[in-house]
Design a protein around this ligand. Structure first.
Ligand SMILES: Nc1ncnc2c1ncn2[C@@H]1O[C@H](COP(=O)(O)OP(=O)(O)OP(=O)(O)O)[C@@H](O)[C@H]1O
Length: 289
């Protein structure tokens, strides 16, 4: 197997990587390590590894690194392993992946898999896959403007602080979209493959990561007070009952508005809507515990 390690992911968790690798090496597992040098590098490394016939490519990082590796593996038969070293690690929580080094190593060595069907965003910057969610609107504004050093120092707390900073200055434009064949509007949108968001908070109870399609969560109320309410409901797992939150199952979402609205995919900047979202051409196999 090859381990693709993103040294910029998470904070102070690289020791976990070395402990996992120690356990694997002690048990005679042959592995190569490649470190990423920039955004997008994990995708190129994964694509190259799969082209060489590597049966398993392990993403050592957070959701952004996993998504990049998934992009590189699309259309191949290589399995995707995960060593969760990120800030939020939403996919690892979603799939119940282990976090303890020995359990991570055992899962990778054993190689049992589950199916994950990524989403695909098509925008002005090209096409990219996402493994957990894509957001358009306020949460993407927070991701776009989040300073790297703040995330390194505060971890998930950095998102809370940045949200408070963005509330007074984000214009909350109305976002027009076509969800399958129905046109609608919202102040903010999360297109989710999974049930979880921001770590292990529940956002879409009806999501099924292994099947095509999405749970679309529409936030209908705009403005700082509404953003504050939704932000407070999330960690209390009350988002499902918050006013103006609507859930829809869909296969295709097309953003139609004329103004550019920020988008984020798996917690990383993903350009601006207008863009469209559909299923990836094929599922991938993720190694689970
Ligand atoms: N060497 C590097 N220097 C700077 N950025 C990098 C490097 N390698 C990869 N990246 C970028 O780092 C970003 C963040 O990585 P990742 O999402 O894995 O960590 P995280 O944000 O801490 O975790 P999570 O998404 O789970 O909260 C990704 O967008 C990736 O493209």
């Amino acid at each position: 197997m090859i381990v693709i390690f993103n040294p910029a992911a998470g904070r102070r968790r690289a020791y976990l990587l070395w402990r996992v690798l120690d356990v694997l090496a002690a048990n005679g597992v042959r592995l190569d390590i490649a470190e990423t040098h920039r955004a997008g590098h994990a995708e190129a490394l994964a694509r190259e590894a799969a082209r060489r016939g590597e049966p398993m490519v392990v993403a050592a990082g957070g959701d952004g690194t996993i998504a990049e590796v998934a992009n590189g593996l699309m259309g191949t038969t290589a399995r995707l392993g995960v060593i969760p070293l990120g800030t939020a690690n939403v996919l690892a929580h979603e799939l119940g992946l282990p976090f303890a080094p020995r359990s991570v190593a055992a899962a990778l060595a054993f190689g049992r898999t589950c199916t994950l069907w990524p989403g695909q965003a098509n925008g002005a910057d090209g096409t990219r896959l996402f493994v957990q969610m894509l957001g358009v609107g306020f949460d993407a504004q927070v991701v776009h403007n989040l300073p790297f050093t703040l995330k390194k120092v505060l971890g998930k707390g950095a998102y809370v602080l940045q949200s408070l900073r963005e509330m007074p200055r984000y214009p909350f434009p109305s976002i027009r979209m076509r969800i399958d064949d129905i046109e609608t509007e919202a102040a903010s949108v999360i297109i989710s493959k999974g049930r979880l968001y921001g770590g292990s908070f529940h956002v879409a109870a009806d999501a099924v990561p292994g099947e095509p399609g999405f749970s679309v969560v529409l936030f209908e109320h705009a403005g700082p007070a509404a953003a504050m309410m939704y932000g407070a409901a999330l960690p209390l797992n009350l988002l499902g009952r918050a006013p103006g939150v609507r859930h829809v199952r869909a296969c295709q979402i097309e953003f139609l508005q004329n103004v550019a609205v920020p988008a984020q995919a798996d917690g990383d900047r993903a350009g601006y809507a207008p863009l469209s979202v559909c299923d990836a051409p094929a599922p991938i196999q993720v190694v689970v515990g």
